[in-house]
Design a protein around this ligand. Structure first.
Ligand code: NDP
Length: 246
């Protein structure tokens, strides 16, 4: 479904990003894996992808840093020989109830999860506009649609990402570029390892499909949205949440 497409995935070193990198390579894409601190994990993903006969390269970049994001987008475009798909997946949590949440923790989450997506889109859109084609996928969260106690920073960033997605979709549609979001519910990754036992135990009662998603569940949706089969879909927020939002 993605034969020879050139894909950049932020936070491709672990969790959902890693699963998307592998699934997209399996579907025929060449992949740039962007990581922030975990080079070893990113290199491992690239090795797996090369073993499939696809091109892969790892790039260190803090997506919250505008200049770094710009340089990385340029470097990816050069290394892969193009940029067809940008996946904004890099994200962090710094949870706390509103009266204990530190200002710095609010800023850091907004900077990585929301501004990080702005930073890469701003630079990638220039390349895609020149090509008159491209696809952007933003990984948001049902937290951004429902709110979630203890996650004022995270939910605000993820809600902002939905506004960003819809606006970019409207602005860039005439240039042949689509922009969609995926909103996962609970996904089994290092991010959710940190959740309390109480929250983990509640999953059976709050998720109609009665399980956490595996990262591959999200990756399958991302492969579809990145493919030409989704070329008439833009500005959409696809929930992949086992029915959590219903
Ligand atoms: P993980 O914590 O497993 O992985 C996070 C990834 O983001 C890592 O690859 C990490 O790189 C990268 N990253 C973190 N900060 C930065 C930064 N400043 N610049 C570049 N890369 C960065 O998270 P998940 O896989 O669980 O989550 C992926 C996305 O999905 C996030 O946006 C998250 O909010 C969203 N999501 C997750 C859900 C879940 O239940 N897990 C539910 C809904 C949404 P490195 O390895 O170098 O640290």
């Amino acid at each position: 479904m993605l034969e020879n497409k050139k894909v950049m995935i932020t936070g491709g070193s672990r969790g959902i990003g890693r699963a998307m990198a592998i699934a997209m390579a399996q579907a025929g894409a060449d992949v740039a894996v962007i990581y922030n601190g975990n080079k070893e994990a990113a290199d491992k993903v690239c090795e797996e992808i090369r073993a499939m006969g696809r091109q892969a390269a790892a790039f260190k970049c803090d997506v919250g840093n505008f200049e770094e994001a710009g340089k990385t987008v340029q470097a990816v475009n050069k290394e892969l020989g193009g940029l067809d798909v940008l996946v904004n997946n890099a994200g962090i949590t710094k949870d706390g109830l509103i009266f204990t949440l530190k200002e710095d923790d609010f800023d850091r989450v907004i900077e990585t999860n929301l501004k990080g997506a702005f930073n890469t889109i701003k630079h990638a859109a220039k390349i895609m506009m020149k090509n008159r084609k491209g696809t952007i996928i933003n990984i948001t969260s049902v937290s951004g649609m429902m709110g979630n106690p203890g996650q004022a920073n995270y939910a605000a960033a993820k809600a902002g990402m939905i506004g960003l997605t819809k606006t970019v979709a409207k602005e860039l549609a005439a240039r042949g570029i689509t922009c969609n979001a995926i909103a996962p519910g609970f996904v089994a990754t290092e991010m959710t390892d940190k959740l309390s036992d109480e929250v983990k135990d509640s999953i059976d009662s709050v998720v109609p499909l009665k399980r956490m998603a595996q990262p591959e569940d999200i990756a399958n949706a991302a492969v579809f949205l990145a493919s030409d089969k989704a070329s008439y879909i833009t500005g959409e927020v696809l929930k992949v949440d086992g029915g959590l939002y219903i």
